[in-house]
Write a protein that binds this ligand. Structure first.
Ligand code: ATP
Length: 464
């Protein structure tokens, strides 16, 4: 009943020997149960995409088992994963029962180094209403592929082809029901059906991610589906449901956040954001979010500050960029958007503090001395100061920059031991004296030990 494109074969011999062996063992196990096993998704795409003489390094593969299991509660995928775990005792097995999927994880393993294998059971997903979590039911591989995002990600390579079992390097049959290999050649991102983006709006972000990463184009009809989905206002509904605490939205928001993370931590984040904005897709984050020149500038400078200050270990830059995006909304909207996207508690806190801190700094006189500025900025951590800086006037921004690069590292020429040697009794006033000395140093009234001692003699007599 279904159309199938002409069969072709893909060789697995460009995969590492260990991975080829693993796939062959997995296929044997599946065959023993009378099931079929397929390599699907990104791995097939990458095998077709790379030059035929290049090795293909896969650290993350998706397998689909097509077959019924005697128990209604455990999918064939879970059962296969369990039997593979018996053969590979070092592997970690995670089971996500509701969706009949299992994951095998090798981490810093002598054989695989790092490998993540997801094993799913072929299934159909029904969407009882848009953007809902899928309901799962065992079904055939074609239906499994049909629920995927784009034609280039919806191809499968049959591993249980009898000819594959003959020889370890035997060719696998390519199942390409939707024209994925043609789209790979034509460099097109194409969905499988018109409702795809209404079912799952995060696919818009995925479309942009694959297009910018691979240098592909979003196929024109697919772009119209995106625009239609956005025009239909589904995102506003989702956000409302989310606020009302309905069960469906958190999963969607989690996936949206993880797509945003992928995009913002990539080297192509600027191009991807531009394309998302062009499609109107930033409305998925908030209906009023727009990528204007000001926001572009803020994103670039936040990123630059984080790297120049060489403190990206303090906060991953994708997180800071996401906070800058949210900070572009009106202050009253920021916290709820940050909560919806499940930002870290620190991130939510920063977005809440941003406005009061910014307006407090903005209200200060620009003729403050360095020590006064240090006094104001000291309570705040670097990530918040970067957010404040990109949202502030040039004058304030310069002060924050000087604080971060110079003033925050200044130390007075004398320390507590020096004070003791000079006859001061250790005690509460030590800190006060040292703070005072630091201020004098910051403001250029004290430059070295001699001046520090003279300053002390004048302002803090030892027996006071
Ligand atoms: P990458 O190289 O970025 O890991 P990938 O194709 O492996 O690319 P994943 O996000 O790991 O991407 O997803 C694996 C597969 O699962 C995809 O190839 C696609 O077939 C399917 N998939 C993932 N997310 C969705 C989605 N939101 N809707 C439909 N199918 C999806």
């Amino acid at each position: 009943s279904t159309l199938q494109s002409p069969k072709s074969k893909i060789s697995l011999d460009r995969l590492s020997a260990h991975l080829q062996e693993f796939l062959s063992i997995a296929a044997n196990q599946a065959e023993q149960h009378g099931w079929h096993l397929y390599l699907v998704g990104g791995a097939v795409r990458d095998l077709l995409l790379t030059d035929s003489d290049q090795p293909v390094m896969l650290t993350d593969i998706d397998l689909v088992v097509d077959g019924f299991h005697r128990s209604a509660d455990v999918g064939a995928g879970v059962e296969l994963a369990r039997s593979l775990q018996r053969l590979y005792p070092d592997v970690r097995l995670d089971i996500h029962g509701r969706f009949q999927t299992a994951a095998l994880l090798w981490h810093k393993d002598p054989t695989f180094d790092s490998l993540w294998v997801d094993i799913a059971t072929a299934r159909t997903e029904f969407y009882p209403y848009p953007a809902a979590n899928p309901e799962v039911e065992a079904s055939s591989i074609r239906q499994d592929l049909y629920r995927r995002d784009f034609t280039i990600n919806a191809m499968a390579l049959r591993l249980t082809n009898p000819r594959f079992a003959d020889t370890r390097k035997g060719p696998g049959e390519l199942l390409d029901f939707f024209g994925g290999s043609l789209d790979l050649q034509a460099k097109q991102i194409r969905v499988l059906h018109p409702n795809s983006f209404i079912e799952d709006p995060t696919r818009i972000y995925r479309a942009v991610r694959f297009a910018t990463r691979l240098g592909f184009e979003i196929e024109p009809q697919t772009e119209r589906y995106i625009r239609h989905a956005i025009a239909s206002g589904i995102y506003e509904q989702i956000q409302d449901r989310q606020v009302a605490g309905r069960v469906i939205a958190p999963a969607l928001q989690t996936r949206l956040k993880s797509e945003l993370k992928y995009i913002l931590q990539s080297s192509y984040w600027k191009a991807a954001l531009n394309q998302l904005a062009h499609l109107g897709a930033l409305r998925c984050i908030h209906p009023k979010l727009e990528l204007d020149d000001e926001l572009r500038w803020q994103l670039r400078s936040a990123d630059r500050w984080l790297h120049r200050l060489d403190r990206s270990q303090l906060l991953p830059s994708w997180q800071l960029l996401l906070e800058v995006l949210i900070a572009h909304l009106a202050p009253d909207d920021r916290a709820s958007v940050a909560q919806n996207l499940q930002l870290s508690a620190d991130g939510i806190d920063r977005l809440v503090q941003l406005e009061p801190v910014r307006s407090k700094l903005e209200s200060l006189s620009i003729s403050l001395s360095p020590s006064q500025i240090v006094q104001y900025l000291k309570p705040y951590e670097l990530p918040l100061l970067i957010l404040v800086a990109v949202k502030s006037s040039r004058a304030i921004r310069k002060q924050i920059w000087r604080y971060l690069t110079i003033w925050s590292t200044v130390k007075p020429p004398l320390d507590g031991n020096d004070l003791k040697a000079l006859g001061y009794k250790p005690g509460r006033q030590f800190k006060q004296i040292l703070d005072d000395l630091l201020s004098a140093t910051l403001d250029g009234r004290v430059h070295d030990r001699a001046e520090a001692e003279a300053y002390l003699a004048q302002h803090h007599a030892p027996n006071s």
